[in-house]
Structures are given as structure tokens and as C-alpha cells.
Design a protein around this ligand. Structure first.
Ligand SMILES: Cc1cc2nc3c(=O)[nH]c(=O)nc-3n(C[C@H](O)[C@H](O)[C@H](O)COP(=O)(O)OP(=O)(O)OC[C@H]3O[C@@H](n4cnc5c(N)ncnc54)[C@H](O)[C@@H]3O)c2cc1C
Ligand SMILES: NC(=O)c1ccc[n+]([C@@H]2O[C@H](COP(=O)([O-])OP(=O)(O)OC[C@H]3O[C@@H](n4cnc5c(N)ncnc54)[C@H](OP(=O)(O)O)[C@@H]3O)[C@@H](O)[C@H]2O)c1
Length: 450
């Protein structure tokens, strides 16, 4: 059985592992990625100051070392290759393309300079080639981060860390330079619901009490009315609330920077100055209402304006549309039923196409969760595909020739290992785990020289 996996993030690699470990069928797996570098958000999303998480690819490299595995980097489905061509060269296709687009607040002023979605900010500091030209101006003292998830916490932490804390990480060199000169002193993290409903986890929250230059600040009143007693043993919320209480009771120690945690507020307008840059964020005070579907935030009509020069919405992600791949516009994911790709209207199953990871479920869940989730989809796929492996396909090299004929410089896993080595060497010079190449041209140039 020959299988094409599109996307080399955790879900794609775990699907490859599940396929290659099968003993009932001989499976050959080609993993494609639009970037020359593998590992998806482990490289381009996970925060640079969380290096322990960045060690996960050691497991993926073992999968890549299997003889029936190939990596075809720098190949974008929908641009360099069509779905139809994949069907001609493979028995089965698995989409593992993640959620690379932003969700929007849908409020006036959202598009102005200085209102920067989390994908852009995170991609910029992590050296994702798409965001190397992002204009990140940190000359203002105050920034608002909208959202109460872990991405909001990552963004706030990177804004507040000192250059000394950051330079020992693999943060992109261009971002380190801008952050060195940053004048940001206060970051407001804004939750539309209360602390009990916050999606961030206690480990990320607790870290703010341990940063070199940051005092976390929270108004005790925000916690007094939050309905903590209603958590009913929900340990995730209990752990957060205990930390928030500690923060609320602490006196600021006079550290240079502040993290303000605010709850029950929704942005209603990004306000800009005469130069068209962010000069404030209008917020509506919310109250919580319990409905059949859960606890929701409902506006009270009471408005305040927060004096900030930058707004970072970190309110979730959506899958990009790819030509020829069925898209569920409501859920903003690839249309599927438990991983089988379906027609978005009729919901009829489309044969030989599967989806794993965030492209299947939306942007929720940690890296480790993809192992079992991708394996479940592989189970479905192999059961559905019985008998397909007898079908004749072109030689495995044919897909590479097709791409090269189109002028695509296909990057192999050995090529990536060379890039990896050079990045690690460059990083050692600044005492960092790696110094990433950011421009695609620079990556391909290094490979051409080796
Ligand atoms: C900012 C951030 C920080 C995070 N930090 C953590 C953390 O600390 N710990 C943790 O456990 N989880 C963390 N997560 C969650 C974790 O990263 C995700 O659960 C996981 O990466 C999702 O895996 P995936 O394979 O679905 O998608 P991704 O990791 O996004 O991989 C998708 C891959 O598909 C490729 N691709 C996309 N389109 C195409 C195309 N058309 N053709 C070819 N290739 C394509 C992309 O280049 C990418 O490599 C974080 C997420 C974010 C956003
Ligand atoms: N360190 C880590 O382990 C780490 C780091 C980053 C990401 N991740 C994981 O990656 C996944 C995605 O993280 P995420 O932070 O992007 O998503 P998330 O956990 O879903 O959080 C999104 C936040 O945005 C809020 N929101 C959504 N729409 C909004 C709107 N219109 N106005 C105001 N607020 C709005 C949500 O509030 P409501 O709850 O009210 O909808 C929620 O607080 C999560 O599973 C996360 O744990 C993990």
C-alpha cells in the first residue's frame, strides 16, 4: 500500500508511525510538506522558551529513519501538486495540514496596523518563512492580547521576557533583535468569560509568577464574583484559580513589567490614530449566563477604552482551503466524518481520502493527543483500503520526477538533517539550541552548497 501524507506536523508523523508499524500490510509512506523543514507547529508554534516540548521530533526522526518512509519537503499541495495527481500515484491520501489560518474578531478596526493576529506574531518569533516580513513594532508601552487560551499566554510571555531570557532559546534572530529594543512594559490578557472558563493551563499561568522581570496583576474583585464554588471538582479550573488567587493577593514587587489578567470583557472596536495605527481597544463588560449549551458571555453595554498601542487576537485558528480538498466552511476544517473525508454538502464519503490532526478536529489539543487520534484514522483507512494494494501505480520515483519537471526543489529527510545540523551549529555561537533559517531561499541555498 502506498500512502501520501500531506503535512509533517505531529498528526502527520503519528499517522506515518501507525502505518509503518503495521504488520498485516507492507506500507510505503511519503510525507509531503510545503516547507523544506518538517514538524509543523512543533517548530513554528511551540514557544521558543519551551525547549523541552521541542524535543518531541526525536520520536518523529525514528519514524523517518524507517526504510519505507520518504519526506518530500518544499512541495505544496494545491500549488505544486493536485489531489488528482496524488490519486494517480498513491492508494490512499491522508491530509495532515493543520489549521494555518486565523479566526477573526469581526469588529471594526481589526485590519489596522498594529492589530496582529496570533499566527503572524507566533510565526514571526518562531521564524516561519511566511512571516519573515511581518512588521512587528514594539515601540508602545502597552499591548492587549485577546483570548484566554495557551496561545494568548505564549504571546504575552514572549512579549514580557527579557532579552537575556530569550537569547538562550531558538527564537528567530530577527525577532530577538526587535524584542531587545521593545518598549512594551504592560500586557493585558483579556478573557471574554470568567477565570473558571479560561482555556489556558495552570503550568502556563504559573510561569508568569516566575519570570525575571514580570509582576502578574489581577484585581481581587475579578475572582470574588467568578463562581469558583461552581467548579465542582473541575481540577483544571481549580488549579488555575488557586494560582490566580495567589497573584491577586501578592503585592507587586516592583519588577519592570506587568501582566494584567482581565476577565469578562469583549473587544468591540480597535481604535486607531490619525496615522492609522492602533491607539486603543474598546471593551464591553460582560456577564456570564448559563444556557443549555454552557456558560456564555453576554454584553452589558458598559464600555471602557483600554489604552494600548498593539492588539494581538489569539482566539483560535481555522484550516486553510486547499484546491480540490472538501472544506467544511462552518467548522473551518476539512469536511470529514471521524477522519473519512466527505462531501461538505451531501456528507457522502470520498474514497481514499482521510484527514488527521487539527485539519480534522479544529485547533484543539496537545501534541501527544495526536498519537492515538491519528492511529484511529489509520485503522479506519487500512480497513477501508483492503484490496487496494493490488492496484498498479507508477514507480515511486515518478512523483519526484513529476515535481522536478515542474522546477520544484524537493527536499529529502537527509537534506533536512543537513539543515538541522547547520542551524544547531549557528545556534551554538549565541549559546542557543539552534539559529533557524527563515527564508526559503536561504534554506535551499545551503542545501545546494552541500
Ligand atoms: C502557538 C502554538 C503553541 C503550541 N504549543 C504547544 C505546546 O507547547 N505543547 C503542546 O503539546 N502543543 C502545543 N501546541 C499544539 C500543537 O502544536 C498542535 O496540537 C499540533 O501541532 C497540531 O498538529 P497538526 O499535525 O494537526 O498540524 P501542524 O503542526 O500545524 O502541521 C501541519 C503541517 O502541514 C503543512 N502544510 C499545510 N498546508 C500544506 C499544503 N498545502 N501542502 C503541504 N503541506 C502543508 C504545514 O507546513 C505543517 O508542517 C501549540 C500550538 C500553537 C498554535
Ligand atoms: N503550552 C502549551 O501547551 C500550548 C501552547 C499553545 C497552544 N496550545 C494548545 O493549542 C490549542 C489552541 O490554543 P488556542 O489558545 O489557540 O485556543 P483555545 O484554547 O481554544 O483558546 C481560545 C481562546 O480565545 C477565546 N475566544 C474565541 N473567540 C473569541 C472572541 N470572538 N472574542 C474573545 N475571545 C475569544 C476563547 O474564549 P471562549 O472560551 O469564551 O470561547 C478562548 O479563551 C489548545 O488546545 C492549546 O492548549 C498549547
Amino acid at each position: 500500500m502506498r500512502v501520501a501524507i500531506i503535512g509533517s506536523g505531529p498528526s502527520g508523523f503519528y499517522a506515518a508511525e501507525a502505518l509503518l508499524k503495521r504488520t498485516d500490510t507492507v506500507v510505503h509512506v511519503d510525507v509531503f510538506d510545503r516547507l523544506p523543514t518538517p514538524y509543523g507547529l512543533v517548530r513554528a508554534g511551540v514557544a521558543p522558551d519551551h525547549q523541552n516540548i521541542k524535543a518531541v521530533p526525536r520520536v518523529f526522526a525514528k519514524t523517518a529513519a524507517r526504510p519505507s518512509f520518504r519526506f518530500l519537503g518544499n512541495v505544496r499541495l494545491g500549488r505544486d501538486l493536485t489531489v488528482e495527481e496524488l490519486h494517480q500515484h498513491y492508494h490512499q491520501i491522508i491530509y495532515a495540514v493543520g489549521n494555518e489560518a486565523d479566526r477573526r474578531l469581526g469588529i471594526p478596526g481589526e485590519g489596522v496596523a498594529g492589530c496582529t493576529p496570533a499566527t503572524v506574531f507566533v510565526g514571526w518569533y518562531n521564524g516561519h518563512p511566511d512571516y519573515q516580513q511581518a512588521q512587528i513594532d514594539l515601540s508602545m508601552p502597552r499591548v492587549a492580547v485577546v483570548g484566554n487560551g495557551n496561545v494568548a499566554m505564549d504571546a504575552a510571555r514572549i512579549l514580557l521576557r527579557t532579552p537575556a531570557e530569550l537569547e538562550k532559546t531558538d527564537i528567530a534572530a530577527h525577532a530577538l533583535e526587535v524584542l531587545r529594543a521593545s518598549r512594551v512594559r504592560e500586557v493585558f490578557v483579556l478573557g471574554r468569560r470568567g477565570p473558571v472558563q479560561a482555556a489556558f493551563t495552570h503550568i502556563e499561568l504559573k510561569e508568569f509568577g516566575e519570570l525575571e522581570a514580570v509582576d502578574p496583576v489581577i484585581d481581587p474583585h475579578e475572582l470574588a464574583d467568578c463562581g469558583w464554588s461552581e467548579t465542582g471538582g473541575n481540577s483544571a479550573a481549580d488549579k488555575n484559580l488557586r494560582i490566580l488567587q495567589t497573584f491577586a493577593m501578592q503585592r507587586p514587587t516592583g519588577k519592570e513589567k506587568k501582566l494584567h489578567l482581565r476577565f469578562l470583557v469583549s473587544p468591540t472596536e480597535v481604535i486607531c490614530d490619525s496615522a492609522g495605527r492602533v491607539s486603543g481597544l474598546a471593551l464591553e463588560r460582560n456577564r456570564l449566563e448559563t444556557r443549555a449549551g454552557g456558560t456564555i458571555a453576554s454584553g452589558t453595554g458598559e464600555i471602557e477604552v483600554l489604552d494600548v498601542g498593539m492588539v494581538l487576537p489569539a482566539i483560535g485558528f481555522a484550516a486553510e482551503r486547499i484546491a480540490g480538498v472538501p472544506y467544511d466552511a462552518k467548522a473551518m476544517i476539512i469536511a470529514n466524518e471521524e477522519g473519512r473525508v466527505v462531501d461538505p454538502v451531501s456528507r457522502a464519503v470520498i474514497g481514499q481520502e482521510y484527514v488527521v490532526g487539527w485539519a480534522r478536529s479544529g485547533a484543539q489539543g496537545l501534541i501527544g493527543a495526536h498519537k492515538a487520534a491519528s492511529a484511529r484514522v489509520v485503522e479506519l483507512m487500512t480497513a477501508d483500503g483492503i484490496g487496494l494494494d493490488g492496484l498498479e501505480l507508477p514507480e515511486p520515483e515518478a512523483i519526484v520526477s513529476l515535481l522536478r519537471g515542474r522546477g520544484v526543489q524537493v527536499v529529502s529527510f537527509d537534506d533536512w538533517k543537513q539543515l538541522d545540523e547547520v542551524e544547531v551549529d549557528r545556534g551554538a555561537r549565541r549559546g542557543a539550541p539552534r539559529d533557524k533559517f527563515v527564508a526559503l531561499s536561504a534554506m535551499l541555498e545551503v542545501l545546494a552548497q552541500h
